[in-house]
Design a protein around this ligand. Structure first.
Ligand SMILES: NC(=O)c1ccc[n+]([C@@H]2O[C@H](COP(=O)([O-])OP(=O)(O)OC[C@H]3O[C@@H](n4cnc5c(N)ncnc54)[C@H](OP(=O)(O)O)[C@@H]3O)[C@@H](O)[C@H]2O)c1
Length: 296
């Protein structure tokens, strides 16, 4: 049986680097980067409509997983035009190409839990964006849903980064080791997946038939960011001298942040006919990542 040609945007990003091997296991996956090209793939500026169309014309993918984005929430707030160019217009270029090519393209759009801010687990219809990043992602989602085979996956994930991409987990580890103070938000809740789990589930969903919008998060009711950091530190044996309980209001950020990004995951569990990973167990996976890191 021939392997479906798949294109992954954002292949050089935190998620993309994990997602490309997961997609490669299911199809013939080329990745796209911007500053650098992935090992199997190309560089392209997705904000350039002509360059994007000509690459798509050449590769003729049947599935595009679109993970490229301007993900710096504060930068989006300071420069909404840049957020619009990459998060909205680049998505429009993909959607327009799909329409011109006959609408058969399966476009899978990676969105975010930042679109929510209501107490408890938010179902897919309960969006409440509080910053430019969330608005730009919702705008792009709307374009993708116009395609008959469009799939929007709202997610969040955590994991170690690399030299180019430092992550929240890296920042916590580095701050603990340096003895820097860390404010543990008691008033911000989320239910992210481990990045490897997110990649595996996205690949499965991309190859499936589900359309529309789904939350893709962990089960178990979520955690405050403060509790998440404490559990992480326990698992990784990090010093916790710099921990200080506090609230989002204690730090000055350019963009407003949601207080509660927890996503209800019943719909995606029904689609996949299996439960989502448990958040506390997923945090434990970081210990294994660290051991593999040290061994390599
Ligand atoms: N990070 C999170 O915690 C998080 C949470 C929820 C949802 N998400 C969503 O998940 C997706 C992946 O996020 P991520 O954290 O993996 O992103 P990331 O690490 O910030 O990587 C962004 C990707 O976009 C590419 N890119 C930037 N400008 C581009 C351009 N003009 N043309 C083409 N590609 C361009 C980058 O390429 P180069 O690196 O080669 O420049 C990189 O591959 C995004 O859609 C994001 O909104 C992320």
């Amino acid at each position: 049986m021939s392997r479906p040609p798949i294109l992954l945007t954002g292949a050089t990003g935190l998620l993309g680097r994990r997602l490309q091997p997961a997609l490669e296991a299911l199809g013939d996956c080329h990745g796209l980067g911007f500053s650098t090209a992935p090992a199997k793939g190309f560089r392209v500026d997705l904000t350039d409509r002509a360059a994007t169309s000509s690459l798509l014309d050449e590769l003729r993918p049947v599935i595009v997983v679109h993970a490229a984005a301007l993900t710096d929430v504060d930068l989006c707030e300071r420069d909404p035009a840049a957020a619009h160019r990459l998060n909205v217009e680049a998505t429009r270029h993909l959607v327009d190409w799909a329409r011109a090519a006959g609408n058969d393209l399966r476009l899978v759009y990676i969105s975010t839990d930042q679109v929510y801010d209501s107490p408890g687990d938010s179902p897919e219809e309960a969006v409440d964006p509080v910053n430019v990043y969330a608005l730009s992602k919702l705008w792009a989602e709307d374009l993708v849903r116009r395609l008959p085979r469009g799939l929007v996956l709202r997610t969040n994930f955590f994991g170690f980064g690399d030299a180019r991409h430092r992550t929240f987990v890296d920042w916590v580890v580095e701050s603990c080791r340096a003895g820097r103070e860390i404010t543990l938000f008691q008033d911000v809740y989320f239910n992210p997946l481990h990045v490897e789990e997110a990649a595996f589930l996205i690949a499965r969903l991309a190859l499936g038939e589900g359309v529309g919008t789904y939350n893709l998060g962990a089960s178990g009711g979520g955690l405050s960011k403060g509790r998440f950091i404490r559990l992480m530190a326990e698992h990784l044996g990090l010093p916790s001298d710099g921990f200080r309980d506090g609230s989002l209001a204690d730090v000055g950020l350019d963009a407003r942040r949601p207080h509660d990004m927890r996503m209800a995951v019943g719909a995606v569990e029904a689609l996949l006919q299996e439960g989502m990973p448990d958040l506390v167990e997923s945090i434990g996976r970081l210990t294994l990542d660290r051991r593999q890191d040290l061994a390599s």
